[in-house]
Design a protein around this ligand. Structure first.
Ligand code: FPP
Ligand code: MG
Length: 302
């Protein structure tokens, strides 16, 4: 199963997709919380890992729909740090599935490059087995020149950990870069998150009837439209997806209003915190260089 499926649209689906794309405002960034894989597996009397594998197939359909409707950035919650508490059999099964999918991705880099898809894994990957870290690093490096669709895979991720890591970065690198108390701001912390290069999601889509965020992108979601459906992730259809786009459009004017006021706050913050001082720029550059060097080191590890 490829990362972008060859989904075959019916005439009606294609027509609605086209007219939505042509006439309506499409969210720039959509985040998916793929929940309900094990309940689906239980209902079908199949193994849980088979349920997760069918969940991946659904993600590949979603990526196809997102590409075709004009969404530019997708973030998907694939493995929470909380998931380490599951049975070792399930955790190992999920890692094997991820190994298989990242190997597949490396095999089909040409196809991803054709679509212009850049993969970024967001999360604390140092908690993962080294061979998986290496596959992740290779996937990120081999697609780093693409810029048509950004796919962020949250793997070994929680928001609390992301914020904690951002604070550590400020403390550890900040000392070297001689940051002062004046340089520390919301904006600076935001720049230290894994999502540094992404705008916040416009829409979050969560399945399986759970209306919670489960420690997912809590920093980034303050103004996002939240869309919850009772359908289990492996069972979603293009109609659920289109339903979420319509819900986004309905709430859009409200969001725009909020964003307008946020922009005013943001420009106010930027002025008052020296985010663009040479010192801060140097710090951010060092952080980016260190992060890329870590990927390069992992990509040649044995
Ligand atoms: C949540 O359902 C799903 C997960 C914890 C794993 C999702 C992972 C995939 C679909 C594979 C993705 C792999 C890559 C490489 C992108 P659940 O297990 O919480 O199910 P439940 O809510 O029914 O218990
Ligand atoms: Mg669940």
């Amino acid at each position: 199963m490829s990362w972008v499926s060859e989904y075959e649209y019916t005439w009606l689906e294609r027509t609605i997709m086209r007219s939505l794309r042509a006439c309506a405002h499409i969210p720039h960034h959509v985040a998916f919380v793929m929940d309900g894989n094990r309940r689906f597996a239980r209902s079908q009397h199949i193994d849980k890992i088979e349920g997760h594998s069918m969940g991946f197939a659904k993600l590949a359909d979603c990526l196809r729909w997102c590409l075709d409707i004009g969404i530019r950035e997708v973030t998907t919650f694939a493995f929470s740090i909380e998931n380490f508490k599951r049975s070792s059999e399930e955790v190992e099964g999920l890692f094997n599935l991820a190994r298989e999918k990242f190997c597949k991705l490396l095999d089909e880099t040409d196809r991803l490059n054709e679509h212009g898809i850049r993969i970024r894994v967001i999360g604390n990957i140092e908690l993962l087995p080294l061979d998986l870290q290496k596959l992740i690093a290779l996937a990120m490096l081999r697609t780093e020149h693409n810029d048509k669709l950004f796919l962020n895979v949250a793997f070994s991720y929680t928001s609390r950990d992301e914020i904690t890591q951002a604070v550590k970065t400020v403390l550890e690198l900040g000392e070297e870069g001689h940051l002062t108390g004046e340089d520390i701001s919301e904006r600076l912390l935001e720049e230290c998150m894994y999502t540094r290069h992404s705008p916040p999601p416009d829409l979050v889509f969560r399945t399986s009837g759970e209306s919670r965020l489960s420690d997912f992108m809590m920093w980034q979601l303050s103004n996002s439209v939240l869309y919850f459906t009772n359908v289990l992730w492996p069972q979603i259809t293009i109609w659920n997806f289109l339903g979420s786009i319509l819900a986004f459009q309905r709430d859009r004017s409200q969001i725009n209003e909020l964003k307008r006021s946020e922009r005013i706050n943001a420009s106010h913050l930027a002025k008052s915190t020296n985010l663009y001082s040479e010192r801060v720029q140097g710090f951010l550059q060092t952080m980016d260089t260190n992060r890329r060097e870590l990927l390069l080191k992992l990509s040649v590890s044995t």
